[in-house]
Design a protein around this ligand. Structure first.
Ligand SMILES: [Zn+2]
Ligand SMILES: [Zn+2]
Length: 346
C-alpha cells in the first residue's frame, strides 16, 4: 500500500509499505477513505516531536471502512463506516476511568506518533471498540474528518477548559484551523464577544464569517492595547492560546482579565515566561490539556443536527498519490490560504 512516511527532520516520502496486520485481538484494520494533515504533522517534520521516529507513517485523523477485526472487537463489523479518533484508548486504565483518554496507559496519542498512522491506504487501530466511532447515516466524510482531532481539540482544550459561558468575553489568539474550531464551538455557549487575533488578514476575514464578533490584526504588535480598549480596560474572561509560541502565550497573559482563564491549546516547542509578578493577585486560572476526545459523541450529534458545519474548514483536496503536494500547500498557508486539506486515500 502507499503511505506517507516520516524520514527524519525535514524529510518525508510517499512509499510502498506492507499492509498493516492485526497485532492484538482488540485491533481493527481500517481502509482509509479520507484523511488530512495536521499542524502537529508539521511539528513532527520540524523535529519537535522526539517520540515520533524516522520510518513512521504519519497521520492521526481520518474516516474509513472496517476491513478486518480482531476476535475481541465486539462493537464493529466488517464493512462498517468509522470515524477514527486521534486518541486511542483502552477504556479501562486509571486515566481512561477518569475520562482522560489522552493519557491512556496503553494508548493516548499514538497514531502517526509511536505507531503507524492514517496517511496511508490502511491503518491498524488498537483498542478498536473504544477508539472508533460508528458514522450515522447521511453524514459527510469531509466534515467528519474534522471530528478526528481539531473540533474536539478546539472545544475541549479551548472552550471547556477556558470555561466559556453565556455573556463571557473570549479572545482566541491564532486563527488557524484549531483557533477556528474553538471559534465554532465557543458559540455553543453564547459568549458576548469572541475576538480573533492573527497576523493573516485572510484568516481574520474567514474568522468573521465563522462568527467572530471582532478581529484584531497582531502584525503591528498592538493587539494587547486594542483588546484592552475593546473590553473597557477589563481584559477578557477567556484567553485561548491557539498558536504554540511564546509571543501568543504572552498576548494571553496580557489580555486576561481578573478572574479569567488562559486556556492553552498550542503545541509548545520552547519555554515561555510566566509573568506571575503581574498575575499573582488577579485570580486567574491557567489550563493545559491534550485532547481527550471525550466530547466526540456530542460533536457527532451536533454535526448530525446541522448545528455545526466543520466542512467550511476544508479549502483544498488531493488524492493520496499527491500527498506531498498537499503538504506543500498546507505548509505554505500564508500564500495558499489553506486551512484543512482533504486527502482521498481510496
Ligand atoms: Zn492533529
Ligand atoms: Zn486506558
Amino acid at each position: 500500500m502507499k503511505a506517507l512516511v516520516y524520514l527524519g527532520p525535514g524529510n518525508k516520502a510517499l512509499e510502498d509499505r506492507p499492509r498493516p496486520r492485526l497485532d492484538a485481538q482488540t485491533d481493527a484494520i481500517v481502509r482509509i477513505t479520507k484523511t488530512t494533515i495536521c499542524g502537529t504533522d508539521l511539528h513532527i517534520l520540524k523535529g519537535d516531536v522526539p517520540s515520533c521516529t524516522p520510518g513512521r507513517i504519519l497521520g492521526h485523523e481520518g474516516v474509513g471502512v472496517v476491513e478486518e477485526l480482531g476476535s475481541g472487537v465486539t462493537s464493529f463489523a466488517r464493512g462498517d463506516r468509522v470515524l477514527i479518533s486521534c486518541i486511542s484508548c483502552c477504556g479501562k486504565c486509571v486515566y481512561c476511568r477518569r475520562q482522560m483518554y489522552s493519557h491512556c496507559t496503553s494508548g493516548g496519542w499514538v497514531l502517526g506518533n509511536t505507531i503507524d498512522g492514517t496517511q496511508a491506504e490502511f491503518v491498524r487501530i488498537p483498542h478498536a471498540d473504544t477508539s472508533l466511532y460508528h458514522i450515522p447515516e447521511g453524514l459527510d466524510d469531509e466534515a467528519l474528518v474534522m471530528l478526528s482531532d481539531i473540533l474536539p481539540t478546539g472545544f475541549e482544550c479551548g472552550v471547556l477548559n477556558g470555561r466559556v459561558s453565556p455573556g463571557s468575553t473570549v479572545a482566541i489568539v491564532g486563527s488557524g484551523p484549531i483557533g477556528l474550531a474553538a471559534l465554532l464551538t465557543a458559540q455553543f455557549y453564547s459568549p458576548s464577544k469572541i475576538i480573533m487575533v492573527d497576523r493573516d488578514p485572510n484568516r481574520l476575514e474567514l474568522a468573521k464569517s465563522f462568527g467572530a464578533t471582532a478581529i484584531v490584526n497582531s502584525a503591528n504588535g498592538k493587539e494587547v492595547e486594542v483588546i484592552n480598549a475593546m473590553t473597557g480596560g477589563r481584559g477578557v474572561d477567556v484567553a485561548i492560546e491557539a498558536v504554540g509560541t511564546p509571543s501568543a502565550f504572552d498576548t494571553c497573559q496580557n489580555i486576561v482579565g481578573p478572574g479569567g482563564t488562559i486556556a492553552n491549546i498550542g503545541v509548545h516547542g520552547s519555554k515561555v515566561d510566566l509573568h506571575l509578578e503581574r498575575l499573582w493577585n488577579r485570580n486567574i486560572t491557567l489550563t493545559t490539556r491534550l485532547v481527550d476526545t471525550a466530547s466526540t459523541p456530542m460533536l457527532l450529534e451536533t454535526l448530525q443536527s446541522g448545528k455545526l458545519e466543520p466542512k467550511r474548514l476544508v479549502t483544498h483536496r488531493f488524492d493520496l498519490a499527491h500527498i506531498t503536494d498537499a503538504y506543500a500547500t498546507f505548509g505554505d498557508a500564508a500564500n495558499t490560504r489553506a486551512l484543512k486539506v482533504i486527502i482521498t486515500a481510496s
